[in-house]
Ligand binder design. Structure first.
Ligand code: FPP
Length: 273
């Protein structure tokens, strides 16, 4: 299967097997830029174009929630000009994409220690959320100044406060109570995690929520990750579900009938990742 045939793959995605929530660790902007002899921030700029493309594609493909790891708590340790460049790209994205997001009925959520972001970014996030307030479609959940362990710490604090105030008994703390204290806890947990650029680790992303998430790793750097790559990841996910034997027999039978096509479309040796 060559990359030229990737667009065809979208036609073979089975709606009933698609993930509701896709989470993405957008990695490799720096390496992508370096390989072109360009500064790291150029990679982030092109990475922002991938954000645009992937949000649009996820919406078209019927994904319900898209969580993007845009800036980790650890990322504050990067050189200040790089932090500033990422915040500026975020601001530009919010300003430029608002109308388009609204036209596509996209909702905006954020998670992380947002209070650490520059005032301008916080203001733009607030305004964009208000602007998209009536939207009911795809939930775009952006992780900013986010750390999975910090999220769990914040959840522990909030549960402890409820115990301290007498609202909650110690013996009533269970997984549901803890889950209910996580950021954006009304969203479903991710079905699929995609990480670009070859690294195969979680890097402190949605640790609690990823307990049963399927992982998909690709060598493709984030600035090269567009709709075709997303479709490929989704296709792999739908196949993987079948392999784990979790599907109803009728769905499995339908899949078998389609096997010749599916096998033909399996993306392995010929594809660049
Ligand atoms: C990881 O690549 C990427 C980031 C830390 C920043 C991601 C930011 C954007 C895609 C742009 C702005 C965001 C939005 C939502 C519009 P890296 O720099 O760690 O790459 P490397 O591992 O190759 O160095």
């Amino acid at each position: 299967m060559t990359d030229k045939r990737l667009p065809e793959l979208a036609k073979h995605l089975k709606r009933e097997l698609m993930p509701n929530h896709v989470a993405i660790i957008m990695d490799g902007n720096g390496r992508w830029a370096k390989s072109r002899g360009r500064p790291r921030v150029y990679g982030h700029r092109c990475g922002a174009d991938s954000v645009r493309a992937v949000v649009e594609a996820a919406d078209q493909l019927g994904i319900k929630v898209l969580s993007l790891y845009a800036f980790s708590e650890e990322n504050w340790g990067r050189p200040s000009h790089e932090v500033l460049a990422i915040m500026t790209l975020l601001n530009t994205y919010l300003l430029k994409e608002r109308e388009e997001l609204k036209a596509n009925n996209v909702q905006l959520r954020v998670m992380g220690r947002i209070e650490r972001l520059p005032e301008k970014s916080r203001k733009l996030l607030r305004e964009t959320q208000e602007f998209l307030g009536e939207c009911t479609g795809l939930v775009l959940n952006i992780a900013l100044s986010y750390g999975g362990r910090s999220e769990i710490v914040d959840a522990c604090r909030s549960v402890a406060r409820r115990v301290q105030s007498g609202e909650l008994a110690l013996q009533d703390i269970n997984a549901d109570v803890v889950a209910g204290a996580m950021y954006n806890c009304d969203l479903p947990t991710p079905d699929l995690l995609i990480r670009t650029s070859g690294e195969q680790r979680l890097s402190n992303f949605m640790l609690w929520q990823m307990a049963y998430t399927e992982f998909y790793f690709t060598e493709v750097h984030w600035p090269d990750f567009r709709k075709d790559q997303l479709v490929k990841a989704l296709y792999e996910y739908t196949r993987r579900q079948r392999r784990f034997g979790v599907l109803a027999e009728d769905i499995d039978a339908a899949f078998k009938a389609d096997e010749a096509v599916a096998d033909d479309l399996t993306l392995t040796a010929e594809c660049h990742d």
